[in-house]
Design a protein. Sequence first.
Length: 88
Amino acid sequence: GKPRVKIEETFCMNQCKRGPNARIINDGNVLTFENGEMNDTEINRKAFQGILTKERVLQLWGYANGINNGNLVGIESGSADKLSDIMP
């Protein structure tokens, strides 16, 4: 089956004023969600923003696990290798 969910640190995403931030990446593609999981700004920036509470962390963990087990479908929104907002 698919590997379990893993969390990786990344370089700056130029979104620190709205942070902490996270992206869900599946098979090399950044996923966005349009059924209430993400707001318009998050969809445009391809990142969940303002992850400040345990509840929000658990919510995102649930989304990642849902993608992994096939219960949630995200929209492939570009290759993670081509993100222009990540600075080395």
